[in-house]
Write a protein that binds this ligand. Sequence first.
Ligand SMILES: [Zn+2]
Length: 272
Amino acid sequence: MSEPSRDVTGSSLVAVFAHPDDESLACGGLLAMCAERGVRVSVLCLTHGEHGPGRGRDGLGELRAQELREATRVLGIRDVVLLDHEDGMLPWIDAARLEADILDVIRRFRPDVVLTFDEDGLYWHPDHIAVHERTTAAIAGLGPSAPALRYVSMPEGAMRALVEAASSHAQLATSAGGTTGSDRAPGRILGVDPDAFGSQAPEPTLVVEAGQFAARKLAALRCHRTQVEGSALEWLDERDAARLLGTEHYRRAAVGAPGDSFLEGLGTSYAH
Ligand SMILES: [Zn+2]
């Protein structure tokens, strides 16, 4: 892997997501890389994820808020803005209100780049798609003063490969006399069918090799304990992480500041 040489110190990035854990799974490698290279990295998370896996558990929203704080610390993220819109309801919340929340954070941190979900919401999650739409509209409304906008995407099959690696570790543990039962079969990623990720995802325009930050990405994911319990992510080791979580994909939006952003200097760009 070649070491990107561009100096990005003093740049600023805001990532806009729906739930605690989105930041780590979608782009934990890039966020850690940016933070390490002196970029001010901030995350806006619109819900506490209180209806995610483990729903009904006392205080799940607060637990997930704590998990988000831990994960962002691991990634080196400087600012976390966690709002309390209802989990699962983002497509039905007044669009102007969500856009105003997103614009507040953009005005506060004045990022060079805003990062959010692509139109497939990584796996067609309605909240994720709503965040994509509202963030795109908010940036479009800023006209010439808008920051660059980049979308996070994931190639089809990436999460299937991760589940397969986890399954082979789990089988080895079972055959070695471990205590793993079928109730802990690592068939899902954060409660999601692995084949839903990247299905019909748009082509990326930027590929970032963040393998040297993959162990940190995995550690951040594991901070989301309420979501990771019993999932494939529990079974990966650092070598798996570098191979299966280290390459990240992004796409240039049609709105926002044109031309290359500092992110393009961190990876390999492709014409779109
Ligand atoms: Zn999510």
